[in-house]
Ligand binder design. Sequence first.
Ligand code: SF4
Length: 312
Amino acid sequence: MGGIIFGPVRSRRFGESLGVDLSPYVKQCNYDCLYCELEGKKAQDSMESPLEVETILREIQKGLAHFPNIESLTITANGEPTLYPYLYELMLRLEDVKGATQTLLLTNGSLLCEPSIARACLLFDKVKFSLDALSKEVFKKIDRPSKTINLEQVLHGIYDFSADFMGELYAEILFVKSINDSLEEVKKMAKFLAPMRLKRLDIGTIDRPPAYKVERISEKQLESLGRIFLDFGIPTFVAKRIESNRQENLILTQEEILKTLAMRPQSLQDISTLWHSSTKKILQELLQSGAVERIESNGEEFFRIPYDNKIQ
Ligand code: SF4
């Protein structure tokens, strides 16, 4: 199915969804977040070699034919999906292809201030944006945005979009120890989010190997930060490290394993509970060949595609 479609991915919060990767071959993002689960890479303002809308629609059609019962299509990217220059056209034409399937956009929110991009984002059923800081210094430190990005404009864009968007709006904050977890910063974020009609705010911390050497905050601290957002009247969900003990027995091909690990490193816990023994056997072969590596991050073991983990 090429590298554009991945999954299905099951999430307790968004049900079963098929991922659509608008930049399947290389990371392209206008941020270079400390905590990114993808390789650290200099931020860029535009997408190079964007895929044809036709190609993406064809892959989505194949994906939907293969998995007719999925609840949603999650539009994402190895990086930031709103950098895709034909997002509006893709969304318009997707209407004829997707039937009753819902559409979900995962974005860093930085380009919602651009009217042409906001117009495309308004066509989604659900939008989840991330917000990591309200002060300039913290924003620069944690998200390492491209030089053309101005935090004030980003915040205005998110705010205006939240007023215009008719679908379900979600926000996400990822906390990194000693970077964006001060009480002052948290209260600023809560004040900013409180007036929005958020379906839910998800807060979490690092639980996959990050692009740079940064640490997670404790579950206790996360819980107490969650209470601050609740005090501001924001429906808040605190993401716990281990979400499931279900036995899924996922059978994946070698190509699907590589794609899954390229999108998101998997912990030993994920693999033991979710993957079928035949999938684990292929993973062992990939480990032996060096196509996959086993690493330790924040006290847990993970499997991922190797890359140079260097500060740029
Ligand atoms: S975490 Fe998201 S926004 Fe940040 S660098 Fe990675 S892909 Fe970009």
